[in-house]
Design a protein around this ligand. Structure first.
Ligand SMILES: [Zn+2]
Ligand SMILES: [Zn+2]
Length: 262
């Protein structure tokens, strides 16, 4: 069976253009240099699974006509990955159902602090906030059947922040990675399509730069690697030419196909 993944956003935490920035990339007319905050929509077995809910989620949902969500998969607690969570309420109200959400236990605890009202007991008809069923991931590596789809997760770090990477069929989404254990390459051994974060050419203390991302990608057996979470220092056309033949810069609106044989 084939699944599809649609890039709803491929930008770093500020998005591109960056507010108030006059750099060449931010002023560029190339559509591939316009990047909303990082998120993907996975379409499989008629299910829509959302990876992260960015502060741009409303625009992304309107742009790509997302009319239902069967599950949300969250990588970690940073604003650029959860900031739009409130906007999911249209789906829980419209379909009158709780939104199934997969996330790491530390992300769950942080969400409770930042969006405390989402966790309070709802009074009938007087509240219009989203309702969720949270499925917490407790182990470093876990396999879950989520909304009928098998999803594997692996824990890694961005400084002290706990981040989850996910694998569905032969596709993996590994974003906001900086420190990791070597077993991640075992986790990725049967992955053909790897989506990986790569911020810019210069060093970053919390993200892979291009060089680090290329080195990591080459240690996997992935046939095709797509970089995401891209900052305004990267011009799509200029940098694309410099990449190895099987490594690409993803762009907003891009769709990829992957295999799911479960
Ligand atoms: Zn991020
Ligand atoms: Zn800029």
């Amino acid at each position: 069976m084939k699944g599809k993944i649609l890039f709803l956003g491929t930008g770093a935490s500020t998005g591109i253009p960056v507010i108030g920035c006059n750099c060449k990339v931010c002023r560029s007319k190339n559509k591939k240099n316009k990047r909303l905050r990082p998120s993907c929509l996975i379409k499989i077995k008629n299910k829509n699974l959302l990876i992260d809910v960015t502060p741009d989620f409303r625009s992304q949902a309107l742009k790509y006509n997302i009319d239902h969500i069967d599950g949300v998969i969250i990588t970690h607690m940073h604003y650029d990955h959860i900031g739009g969570i409130d906007d999911l309420r249209v789906f829980s109200l419209k379909d009158n159902k709780k939104i199934l959400t997969l996330l790491e236990k530390a992300t769950f605890e942080e969400l409770k602090k930042r969006f405390d009202y989402l966790f309070k007991k709802k009074e009938k008809k007087t509240t219009l906030s989203a309702e969720f069923i949270f499925k917490k991931i407790e182990k470093e590596r876990e396999k879950n059947i989520f909304s009928g789809i098998e999803i594997e997760s692996i824990l890694y770090f961005q400084k002290k922040t706990r981040v989850l990477g996910y694998k569905i069929g032969d596709l993996a989404y590994i974003s906001d990675i900086k420190e990791y254990k070597k077993n991640i390459f075992h986790f990725l051994k049967d992955v053909n399509i790897l989506i990986l974060s790569a911020l810019r050419e210069d060093y970053s203390p919390v993200h892979f730069n291009l060089k680090e991302a290329i080195t990591f990608a080459k240690k996997t057996k992935a046939k095709k690697i797509y970089f995401t979470h891209i900052a305004h220092e990267i011009d799509h056309n200029k940098i694309s030419k410099k990449l190895p033949h099987n490594i690409f810069l993803a762009y907003d609106g891009q769709i990829l196909e992957f295999n799911y044989e479960k």
